[in-house]
Write a protein that binds this ligand. Structure first.
Ligand code: AMP
Length: 396
């Protein structure tokens, strides 16, 4: 078990907290502040316990000087100020005198947000490659390190692994919650445990399929990925997305887990991927040569529903259709509706499935929507996340 923020006396301490403020931005405006809101509980706890709070986050990618302006964290500081109803001092630097002076002058219960940690990437990718000098420098600014950025926990960066190797460390409430829910669902689930897997490529999910096929009772496969499994079962899939080199892997999985893996029996197709495309539904053995399979059909939804209705835990990663286009979002929406009606523990692994669930209005109807795409995928693969492994254990 990892230490949490509750294991520390924060009174008067300079707490360096890594949060995930990597919010979608358009023309300098925040499009969705969900990630900021998700971090408020840990931030408020630190302030209530008299910490001097120094926040670090990345925003977007910084590959060249021109990337800086659109990834400036200042709008986030303004939004955070509103959400907390408290002054947030934004320091537009990641290091140096201005940063150090601001921290020296801090009083208890005050907050500073430093500039985007990835501004440091212009100098030999210091943040993203975890340059030891940078982690040590940031650590020198504080007394305690708290990591609450689940979205980057699968990466070893200077702002997580780098700082944690120099300071007493713990996780915040968001990471604590993500770990508890995900680990329990995978390692000690209420059964039957059903996994829904979709999305684009088999290659991205090999680790997840291997780990979860073993642990789950049922594995329902949809999305583009299903067509590679169908090809491996000798169906003709027209122009559907095919991950050819993973056909042997799919065959192996289908043989080994023949009783667990459930594939679509019908498909919604079109001859092009566009808003104007005319969808055609057919059985899986009727896909035409010029068609692309873009969603699961109504028969498949019924089959999947049978498994989902009896499940006690459901974990879902990857939309089961091209859900960005309305005509091909039906399968994803219908499955969300089934999860809404279900008494099971329902977990959405982040990324595109999380966006689909939120956009289609199901945010409140699910047990948990993970805040990290890559990080939750790695948890589903059974991997240790470096941004969490680096945190002190409870018994230290
Ligand atoms: P992933 O990031 O692997 O979870 O993939 C998500 C993407 O897969 C989304 O952009 C979906 O639109 C896409 N997707 C889902 N089903 C299909 C499909 N049948 N054909 C093409 N793309 C799909």
């Amino acid at each position: 078990m990892k230490k949490t923020i509750k294991d520390f006396n924060l009174n008067g301490k300079k707490v360096i907290m890594r949060v995930d403020f990597n919010v979608p931005m358009k023309n300098g405006e925040i499009v969705d502040d969900n990630r900021i809101r998700q971090s408020l509980e840990t931030i408020r706890y630190a302030l209530e316990n008299n910490a001097k709070l120094i926040l670090l986050s990345h925003l977007g990618r910084i590959k060249e000087e021109a990337d800086k302006e659109k990834n400036n964290l200042q709008p986030v500081a303004i939004r955070l100020e509103k959400l907390l109803n408290q002054k947030v001092l934004f320091v537009p630097k990641t290091r140096g005198e201005e940063v150090e002076r601001a921290i020296q002058n801090m009083k208890e219960k005050e907050i500073i947000l430093l500039q985007n940690t990835r501004y440091e990437d212009l100098d030999d990718k210091k943040e993203s490659k975890n340059h030891p000098e940078l982690g040590e420098y940031w650590a020198s600014l504080g007394d305690i390190y708290i990591n609450d950025a689940f979205g980057t926990a699968h990466r070893a960066h200077a702002s997580n692994v780098g700082i944690a190797s120099h300071l007493p460390s713990g996780v915040g409430f968001l990471i604590e919650k993500e770990l508890k829910i995900m680990k329990e669902a995978i390692d000690n689930p209420k059964r039957p445990l059903t996994i829904i897997l979709g999305g684009a490529k088999v290659s991205d999910k090999i680790g997840v399929i291997e780990n979860l096929a073993e642990k789950a009772d049922h594995l329902l496969i949809g999305g583009a990925m299903a067509y590679t499994f169908l090809k491996a079962s000798d169906f003709e899939i027209g122009k559907s997305l095919l991950d050819e080199e993973n056909i042997p892997f799919c065959k192996r999985m289908l043989e080994k887990y023949s009783d667990k893996i459930i594939l679509p029996i019908d498909s919604i197709n079109a001859t092009e991927i566009s808003e104007n495309a005319v969808p055609r539904e057919c059985f899986i053995n009727e896909i035409k040569e010029n068609e692309i399979g873009l969603d699961i059909g109504h028969g498949t939804i019924k089959v999947f529903k049978n498994y989902l209705q009896d499940s006690k835990t459901i974990i879902w990663n990857g939309p089961v259709g091209y859900s960005e286009i309305k005509s091909f979002a039906n399968g994803t929406r219908e499955l969300l509706e089934i999860l809404k009606q279900s008494d099971a523990i329902t977990i959405i692994g982040g990324g595109d499935t999380a966006s689909a669930a939120i956009q289609l209005g199901y945010e409140k109807d699910l047990t948990h929507i993970s805040t990290g795409g890559g990080a939750s995928l790695e948890l589903l693969e059974g991997k240790e996340l470096p941004g969490i492994s680096c945190i002190d254990d409870k018994n230290e």
